[in-house]
Write a protein that binds this ligand. Structure first.
Ligand SMILES: N[C@@H](CCC(=O)N[C@@H](CS)C(=O)NCC(=O)O)C(=O)O
Length: 219
């Protein structure tokens, strides 16, 4: 089987989910970065949605990070999804639950207006409260075994940690289970290695260029 190839944008959390999974499984893969806001023609021909990630596998293009991760999990052992159909379905639902959180962190750091940022913070907090309740086991979502939910949630914690360091907002302060989960995930080697060099500067510069409100709000 030839190497799969991911097309990525350096600060995209969705691509980061696939990178973590590939690294967890020790899969040899290629990755090419594009500017998704100024995409090359060849990319637009390949990506049905114009979004990253896409993954090229032997001439076939896969899109949507959750689907790409399902494929990676099926094809490259060891299988991370649990065998039990009920637990697997429940895990898939929580992976789905994490999707608006990605948009949430984006809206928090990129809103230009105070009211938009505050709305984003409020919605994000509601979603975090739900996740805090759901995180019942330790260290990982299902207990001892790392799950696809952990992998799918990790990039959110990368961004929450960035927001704490650069925007002086501790989004996890009311959520001890999530704080512990974040600490465990951000210490994991595959998660560390999934963050591109210069990640914080890239994101911070995008916020500055964008004149994001959260930066004006800094004390
Ligand atoms: N549901 C998609 C979301 C992917 C997504 O929103 N990617 C962003 C970058 S992080 C993108 O490509 N945005 C460009 C656009 O919306 O045109 C997935 O999980 O793969």
């Amino acid at each position: 089987m030839s190497k799969p190839k991911l097309i990525s944008f350096k600060v995209c959390p969705f691509v980061q989910r696939s990178v973590i999974l590939l690294k967890e499984k020790g899969v040899d893969y290629d990755i090419e970065y594009i500017d998704v806001y100024n995409p090359p023609e060849w990319f637009l021909k390949l990506s049905p949605t114009g979004k990253v990630p896409i993954m090229q596998v032997e001439g076939t293009v896969l899109f949507e990070s959750a689907v790409i991760n399902e494929y990676i999990d099926e094809v490259y052992p060891p299988q991370i999804h649990p065998a039990d159909p009920l637990l697997k379905a429940q895990n898939r639902a929580w992976i789905e639950y994490t999707s608006p959180l990605y948009m949430g962190t984006f809206n928090i750091i990129m809103s230009k207006k105070k009211e938009d940022m505050e709305k984003a913070l409020e919605e994000f907090d509601k979603n975090l409260a739900g996740l805090e309740k759901a995180k019942q086991h330790k260290p990982w979502f299902n207990g001892e075994q790392l799950s696809m939910v952990d992998i799918s949630a990790a990039p959110i914690f990368t961004r929450i940690s960035f927001i704490k360091d650069h925007c002086k907002q501790d989004l996890l302060k009311a959520y001890p289970a999530l704080q512990q989960w974040s600490d465990d995930l951000l210490q994991r080697q595959t998660v560390k290695d999934s963050v591109v060099d210069g990640f914080s500067d890239l994101l911070f510069n995008r916020m500055k260029d964008n004149e994001s409100y959260i930066l004006k709000n800094e004390s």
